[in-house]
Ligand binder design. Sequence first.
Ligand SMILES: Cc1cc2nc3c(=O)[nH]c(=O)nc-3n(C[C@H](O)[C@H](O)[C@H](O)COP(=O)(O)OP(=O)(O)OC[C@H]3O[C@@H](n4cnc5c(N)ncnc54)[C@H](O)[C@@H]3O)c2cc1C
Length: 441
Amino acid sequence: MPDYDVIVVGGGIAGVCSAVAAKRMGVSVLLLEKDMALGGVLTNALVNPMMTFHSPLRQIAGAIAQEIVDRLVKIKGSYGHIKDPIGFVKTITPFEPEKLKTVLINMLHQENVDYLFGCLVSDVKTKNGTVTQIEVATMQKKINLNGKIYIDSTGDGNFCIKAGAPYVEGNNDRKRCQPMTLIMKLSRVNKKEIISYIQTNPEQFTLANSPDFSYLAVSGFFDHMKKLEKYNVRFKRDRLLFFEVPFREDEVFMNTTRYPGYAADPMELTRAQSCASLDIWNFLEFLNNEIPGFESAKLEQVGCTIGIRETSHIIGDYQLTIKDLLETRDFQDKIAIGAYPVDLHSPNSSGLKTIKIPYPGEYQIPLRSLFPQGLNNVLLSGRNISADHLAFSAIRTSPLAASIGLAAGICAAIAVRENCNIRDVRYQELQGEIKRMGGIL
Ligand SMILES: Cc1cc2nc3c(=O)[nH]c(=O)nc-3n(C[C@H](O)[C@H](O)[C@H](O)COP(=O)(O)OP(=O)(O)OC[C@H]3O[C@@H](n4cnc5c(N)ncnc54)[C@H](O)[C@@H]3O)c2cc1C
């Protein structure tokens, strides 16, 4: 294998945006993904919809993230951004996961980005804080690869942890991570019956003002959920949460199950995934028997992997805090904007803790939160930037992960081009390049 200017580890939405951005800046790029698809949890765990591309005031994610949505719309893989019927955020962006895989592969092909599936970065060699070589486990043997700059878009910072960066587990306590969720796609759902039930029982749902039901997004059936216990499932939840599959009116993504655990521990991950797999059939029986509109619902697909919300947080040069978000703090070195509120799934109860960001509902991500302490040539990208537990529960969603990915890719390319340390990249130059590529600051 040749050496590369930039090696991106992880092919989720953040990793793809980093790889494309770096390549468009003219450097050579290799992307490594341990699974067999691009998109990370958006494709492998059936997470849907993307939210949110808008604050109450304006669009806050653009550039490659918007290009992905435009490409999806073109091939009937998304309706684009639509008003959130639940009213939690300004807009949501539902999409068809198989079409997202197609769009992301096509983007890498068009940009001539080299990428490899089935490649787990299993070890990272460093000298005086500089990553000198990485070891990649493939099915038969381990290979060594060299890059000048590395981008950790693994979702949980496992590249940086292998390189020796400091980190904390969960909320400084591995028992207090947000729970995992196995998402399933169901067919033969009666949309008309569900809408009619919502319209006659609005107090049983969280709804936007004058909701538009042309697209079905539901958070509720609160009283019905009290009967879940009778069905011997291993999770607790106070509501059903589901979203219509675009262009398939009788299908929904059901995002409701919850399993506690520290997913970086293989024993806890296995327990959560096994419980979730075993619960599917009892949960389906509950839906068929108890929920209006689900009498004939059938299981169509289950995420290849349980969705992992939270494991560890890398300590960066700057750790973004909940105070920064709630005070809508200005950072000179801002590189991305988020607008998703705090949405903390409780590890031990059935509920949610949500906190709205004061108007205009936006917060800034500083470049320094992408620099893992003690490492000279590694950038964090996506949901694994340095943030405390509560700030993380806001910044963790996909449009912002994509915007951070864009910035990480450009920053890496500038460092290569100018042959400088990542910390010597001038944030003004980076901000200029972000805007030139259509990013929003
Ligand atoms: C249950 C659940 C529900 C969610 N709901 C929503 C929602 O409704 N809307 C929304 O916008 N967001 C939601 N999110 C959050 C959001 O989807 C993700 O946080 C976001 O997509 C993160 O993107 P990412 O690229 O940073 O990471 P990921 O999507 O996690 O991608 C990381 C990639 O890195 C790969 N990888 C990891 N380690 C290695 C390694 N060592 N070597 C090689 N490859 C590696 C992984 O296989 C993966 O493909 C949800 C998340 C979960 C889990």
